[in-house]
Design a binder for this molecule. Structure first.
Ligand code: PHE
Length: 342
């Protein structure tokens, strides 16, 4: 009986010497200590052993088992250390004193300005709404007092989808849903990407960002509109800005305006940036047309409101001095990050 255990012991010792990986250790463990392993096999022979030898046999098998366990454990630890060392040796050498590669990502100038404007309006009690880029004719036009065949539809070269839906041409497309969702009184802004089938040049893009805002309550007037726009623009530009309103036509506002800001570069004296006029066109706006309020389920006898469609892309260009609008959609990270200095 002694023989049997020593044969297995010797064989095991030879085997474990040539083991090179944790996986091989595991294989050996199964082969020797597993349910169908050699040690268990010896235990199975216990019945056939004469009674007077049973005790010694059992002890011998147990001792063998402990020795195997110990050797497996020691070898495993040794191999783990070796494997770790191999990993360290294979890692590339690097010099921690070298200057760091500071090519980190940065926010897009439009994102930065959008968040800034959102924050300003949030502190003035406006909620920020999100709206789909694919809309239907009703939301983009009809609910805004632009029926089919209305000439105002020509102002916006629309991308139609084969489903009959369209890519929203302006953020005003969300007005109706937001009015229906909240009712009056209401203060909301809704930024979004808009699309128009325009040929592109330094000042025009077929994809651009707007930020729509509406405020509806009893007794809202044009002076409220001027106040909110002036406050917001002064905050964005970090200095007092002068604004002026010129008449503008949009079927969903009455009266409608173009809001200009006095040129921040020449202070109104006239320079190439403002085409010598001293003013820059920034934001169409107006008092919401009673029909639009009605379509939105709001009592037009009781409530009035203003709406504006701030050109976020244009605002970003002005604030960061970006001369070509195409840079903004270029995906060129180097040119985009330089504007926000990050
Ligand atoms: N939606 C208009 C446009 O993009 C702008 C606008 C918004 C005008 C709100 C008036 C009021 O052309």
């Amino acid at each position: 009986m002694e023989d049997k255990t020593s044969v297995i012991r010797e064989e095991f010792k030879k085997r474990i010497e040539s083991v090179k990986s944790s996986e091989e250790i595991e294989q050996l463990r199964v082969e020797y200590l597993g349910k169908k392993g050699h040690v268990q096999g010896l235990m199975g022979q216990l019945k056939a052993v004469p009674n007077e030898e049973k005790k010694a046999f059992g002890q011998a098998v147990n001792q063998l088992k402990q020795e195997i366990e110990k050797l497996l454990h020691e070898t495993h630890e040794k191999i783990e250390k070796e494997e770790e060392q191999k990993l360290i040796d294979s890692a590339e050498d690097y010099d921690v004193t070298l200057p760091m590669d500071l090519d980190k990502g940065s926010y897009h100038p439009i994102t930065v300005i959008q968040r800034e404007v959102e924050e300003i309006f949030r502190t003035m009690g406006f909620t920020i709404e999100d709206f789909s880029e694919i809309v239907d004719d009703y939301n983009c036009f009809e609910a805004l007092n632009i029926p089919k065949h209305h000439p105002a539809r020509d102002m916006q070269d629309t991308y139609y989808l084969s489903s009959g839906q369209l890519l929203k041409t302006h953020t005003s497309a969300a007005q109706n849903s937001i009015m229906k969702k909240y009712g009056a009184p209401l203060r909301a802004i809704f930024p979004g990407r808009c699309f128009r089938n325009e040929s592109t040049d330094a000042c025009h893009e077929n994809t651009f960002f707007q930020m729509e805002g509406i405020m509806i309550d009893e007794d809202i007037s044009i002076s409220n509109l001027i106040y909110f726009m002036k406050t917001m623009l002064s905050e964005v530009f970090g200095q007092d800005v002068n604004v002026r309103l010129r008449p503008g036509f949009f079927p969903f506002v009455e009266p409608g305006f173009e809001l200009d800001i006095q040129c921040l570069i020449c202070g109104g004296d006239g320079c190439p940036s403002c085409k010598n006029s001293g003013w820059l066109e920034l934001c169409p706006c107006g008092m919401i047309h009673p029909n639009v309020l009605k379509y939105g389920g709001i009592d037009a006898e009781k409530y009035t409101g203003f709406a504006f469609g701030l050109g976020l892309t244009r605002l970003a260009m002005m604030k960061y001095g970006i001369k070509d609008i195409r840079v903004l959609n270029s995906g060129n990270l180097k040119s985009l990050s330089q504007f926000i200095g990050k």
